[in-house]
Design a protein around this ligand. Structure first.
Ligand SMILES: [Ca+2]
Ligand SMILES: [Ca+2]
Length: 134
């Protein structure tokens, strides 16, 4: 990639994930509310995994079907590795997976889009931006 007149290899390189947006469906896949307290809303957080291991986690956004996390969350990517963002409802104890947005193989062309959008059944989404670190 090139910044001004300077060009560097896309991999391995530090990348910054920002503006993570996660939404949850109104109910769990089994038709039950996410939580039995209050209005049944989940407490959303997002795990960022590289190569199958969690490297960053967002804070927990309590009691809402929608969560945004500005970041920045800095990660290091090498070509061909996997990048995965997974949203969960934080419970005490444990947690329940809401949605998974996997990229099985990171490529330079994918990173050039700078924006990842995943959506699934019931209006569940995970969106985020990803840019090379300065
Ligand atoms: Ca729960
Ligand atoms: Ca919960």
């Amino acid at each position: 990639m090139c910044t001004g007149s300077a060009c560097t290899a896309a991999f391995p390189h530090a990348y910054v994930i920002t503006n993570i947006s996660a939404t949850a469906p109104n109910m769990k896949p089994d038709g039950m509310p996410w939580d039995t307290d209050g209005d049944g809303t989940p407490d959303i957080y997002v795990d960022i995994s590289v190569g199958g291991a969690v490297v960053q986690s967002t804070p927990v956004n309590p009691n809402s079907f929608n969560a945004t996390f500005a970041g920045p969350f800095t990660i290091t990517l090498t070509e061909g590795t996997s990048l995965d963002l997974q949203s969960s409802d934080k419970d005490d104890p444990g947690s329940e997976v809401i949605y998974d947005c996997p990229i099985p193989m990171v490529t330079a062309s994918l990173l050039r889009t700078r924006y990842v959008l995943c959506s699934g059944v019931g209006g569940v989404t995970i969106n985020y931006t990803i840019n090379p670190a300065e």
